[in-house]
Design a binder for this molecule. Structure first.
Ligand SMILES: Nc1ncnc2c1ncn2[C@@H]1O[C@H](COP(=O)(O)OP(=O)(O)O)[C@@H](O)[C@H]1O
Ligand SMILES: [Mg+2]
Length: 247
């Protein structure tokens, strides 16, 4: 069974149709890049998968681990293992990172019918991940994302992803505006999390991050549809010949 299976997905915002019969399959263990130029509907796809209320699905289906998720709330989708790393991370003034992550992790435990993590186990889990991704204890004490640089926010978001251990990670243009060091951190985050039960959807319009994370598959998106799916060699074809070469 694929991890994610999207069939004939049509979605609109207001009365404007943005996804126009999109088909996409992502297997467990796969790093799948979605490449397409600005405005083709990539973020819309991420929003529809995670259940953003502004978008209306008019046709088609999304199965996650074989379960139809279109009727689930955004919370239930997140708790069942879907994580979206934002293009523009949100700030949470007054909320510390540890507090935020503990609440998120425990909400997931409750959803799964498991007991909450105790404080010692949580701290151990957090320190291990923080060290691996170069997050200082000082950064963890500050409110979530407030006053951090763009690169630091991406680093923290990568850390959140590693903490929550989702089964499916969507990275939406996480590489936009990142310097090489920050790109490496995001790449490192994906590498350490690359496991046979987990899948990644890496959304981007250029090859920046894909130089650090070699995708197993690349799907090309044009005007609300996936027009072609191939291997990592598609990344170079995009850079050298542009998106229209896939028409
Ligand atoms: N809230 C909105 N209202 C109207 N149009 C929107 C809205 N959000 C996105 N769009 C339009 O939907 C299209 C796809 O946007 P988006 O999914 O963000 O593309 P991408 O992420 O590929 O750049 C664009 O033409 C964009 O202008
Ligand atoms: Mg976008």
């Amino acid at each position: 069974m694929p991890l994610l299976e999207i069939k004939n997905l049509h979605a609109s915002i207001g009365d404007k149709e943005i996804l126009k019969g999109l088909n996409l399959t992502i297997e467990a263990g796969e790093v799948h890049a979605i490449m397409g130029r600005n405005g083709c509907g990539k973020s819309t796809l991420a929003s529809v998968i995670t259940g953003h209320p502004a978008y209306r699905v008019t046709e088609g289906s999304i199965l996650f681990k074989g379960q139809d998720i279109l009727s689930l709330s955004p919370d239930a989708r997140a708790n069942s293992g879907i994580f979206l790393a934002f293009q523009y991370p949100v700030e949470l003034p007054g909320v510390g990172m540890a507090q935020f992550l503990k609440a998120a992790l425990n909400a997931k435990q409750v959803f799964l019918g498991k007991p909450p993590m105790d404080a010692v186990a949580f701290m151990k889990h957090m320190n291990l991940r923080a060290t691996a991704l170069g997050i200082s204890p000082e950064m963890l004490k500050r409110p979530v994302n407030v006053g951090f640089s763009g690169g630091e926010k991406k680093r923290l978001e990568t850390f959140q992803m590693a903490m929550l251990e989702p089964d499916f990670c969507i990275l939406d243009e996480m590489d936009s505006g990142l310097d090489v060091d920050a790109l490496k951190v995001v790449g490192q985050g994906v590498s350490v999390m690359r496991e046979s039960h987990r899948g990644f959807m890496i959304i981007t319009h250029h090859d920046d991050l894909l130089q650090y994370v070699k995708p197993d598959k690349v799907s090309i998106m044009l005007d609300g549809q996936i027009v072609k799916t191939g291997g990592a060699d598609f990344v170079r074809q995009v850079e050298e010949q542009g998106y229209d070469s896939f028409r």
